[in-house]
Write a protein that binds this ligand. Structure first.
Ligand code: PLP
Length: 454
């Protein structure tokens, strides 16, 4: 007998609202602070950076927020994404656990990122913005936003982290194909970039520096706003489409997860997958464990400190309460470029502090072993970021095997890896290493932070 492998929703049953977990949090996140006055930031403080509709969403405490019709229509280009039972992976592991994954790699840009890029382009267009700036690490956010800006007819300037700009030329070409201008960061186009290059002309860049450049350009250029692909509340909100679809798809499968895994950069795909399940924990007494899987070389959730910190490396953004390694922490040049970020979102951080979600860290080589096994069994080559979620799931599946437990495990496959094959080549040639991160390096970076939370 053959089993049903893939569960899909018809267009008519797609979610019509996003879920805002802030409405249900027992302890609300602490407010963002103005970087100068250290007072809670007001709507006006965000206006030089974001359009009004986005700021309203960022500050909203409403539980359900309607997805505009134009956004629902654009989502239908590739949504819903399949919920897939990983029978062959289960067999290879010899685990009694049932493993399901949601395949966000089927989007036009190859990752979950268009889920927020589409509404951000839509709201900026509606508010009269002509041009967006943004940063991108491995290029997934930049390519997602380039596609969205093209669909909604807005200009886009992208600052791409320099190591990735050289490692991943095809993502740059995707952005160019969708009409965006792409600059390697640090660049000479901004004061922030010039300051970094003056100190180190070969600086490889990181997401924090690229954010500084994009924010600076948005603030200084008329008709221009900035767009961020992770971390902030409105981005997490848009990504809940993943978990909301998954809940309906699990009904079709006649199953329900005990644990949800997502890889963790700034928190958007993890939160989008997990929060709709945490909602059921908070309101219906369900007990789904939500596990964020971060790289051992950039371990803000498992080894960082809960403190106010900047979102960028130069200190231009409002101060956010977050688990952080310090805003000028320089993560090792691992191939999961999208996970090389010093901090986490304020909502995720508060939930972690309150033990409503969990975190684990995974070394680089284990993640590629997981990615190779997934490609060999389920056929899909995962993005290096997503392999962290696969590795986390495999750890639990092996624990189920040892303990003889039949749990249902669910992970988000945040993206496909066809444009990251260079990283797989490095793995196959034996060139990848695990990075040891001594406590003293983290301490040194955190010691530089002003301790606003005592
Ligand atoms: C950007 C990215 C991530 C990390 O970002 P989050 O906001 O933490 O989700 C993970 N996986 C893929 C494929 C990405 O493109």
């Amino acid at each position: 007998m053959s089993h049903t492998k893939k569960f899909m929703l018809p267009d008519s049953q797609m979610p019509t609202h996003w879920y805002n977990i802030v409405a249900d949090m027992p302890n609300k996140p602490l407010p963002p602070l103005h970087p100068g006055t250290k007072q809670p930031a007001r709507k006006e403080d965000f206006l030089p950076i974001f359009c009004p509709s986005i700021i309203d969403q960022e500050m909203s405490t409403e539980r359900w927020i309607e997805i505009p019709g134009e956004v629902q229509d654009a989502y239908k280009i590739w949504r819903c994404t399949p919920l897939v039972r990983a029978f062959e992976l289960e067999k290879a592991l010899g685990t009694p656990a049932k493993i399901y994954y949601k395949n966000e790699g089927v989007s036009p840009a190859g990752s979950h990122k268009p889920n927020s890029a589409i509404p951000q382009a839509y709201y900026n267009k509606k508010d009269g913005v002509q041009r967006l700036t943004t940063e991108t690490g491995a290029g997934q956010w930049g390519s997602a936003l380039a596609m969205a800006c093209k669909l909604f007819n807005i200009d886009l300037k992208v600052f791409m982290v320099k190591v990735s700009y050289h490692q991943k030329p095809y993502r740059k070409l995707m952005m160019n194909t969708w009409g965006a201008e792409v600059n390697a960061s640090p660049s000479l186009l901004t004061e922030s970039g010039r300051a970094i290059l003056a100190k180190d002309p070969d600086a490889p860049g990181n997401l924090g520096i690229a954010i500084s450049e994009a924010v600076e350009m948005a603030v200084k250029t008329p008709g221009t706003k900035y767009s961020l692909g992770s971390v902030l509340n409105h981005v997490l909100l848009h990504q809940t489409i993943i978990g909301l679809e998954a809940i309906e798809q699990f009904k079709l499968a006649g199953d329900f997860p005990d644990m949800v895994f997502g890889c963790f950069g700034g928190g958007s795909n993890f939160s989008g997958s997990a929060f709709p399940f945490v909602h059921l924990n908070l309101t219906e007494g369900k007990k789904v464990r939500a596990i964020a899987c971060e790289p051992a070389s950039c371990p803000k959730l498992t080894r960082g400190e809960f403190q106010y910190d900047f979102g960028d490396s130069q200190g231009l953004t409002p101060l956010l309460p977050m688990y952080t390694l310090g805003h000028d922490f320089q993560p090792a040049s691992i191939h999961a470029g999208g996970l090389r970020y010093h901090g986490a979102g304020s909502v995720v951080s508060q939930l972690l502090k309150d033990n409503l979600i969990e975190a684990m860290s995974i070394p680089q080589i284990e993640t590629f072993e997981a990615g190779m096994l997934f490609a060999a069994t389920e056929g899909i080559i995962p993005a290096p970021e997503s392999t962290h979620a696969i590795a986390g799931t495999i750890r639990e599946a092996m624990k189920c095997k040892e303990e003889g437990k039949e749990k249902t495990l669910f992970f988000n496959l945040s993206g496909q890896g066809m444009i990251d094959l260079y990283a797989y080549e490095q793995y196959m040639e034996g060139n990848l290493v695990n990075y040891n991160l001594p406590d003293s390096v983290i301490r040194e970076s955190l010691d530089k932070l002003e301790k606003i939370i005592r």
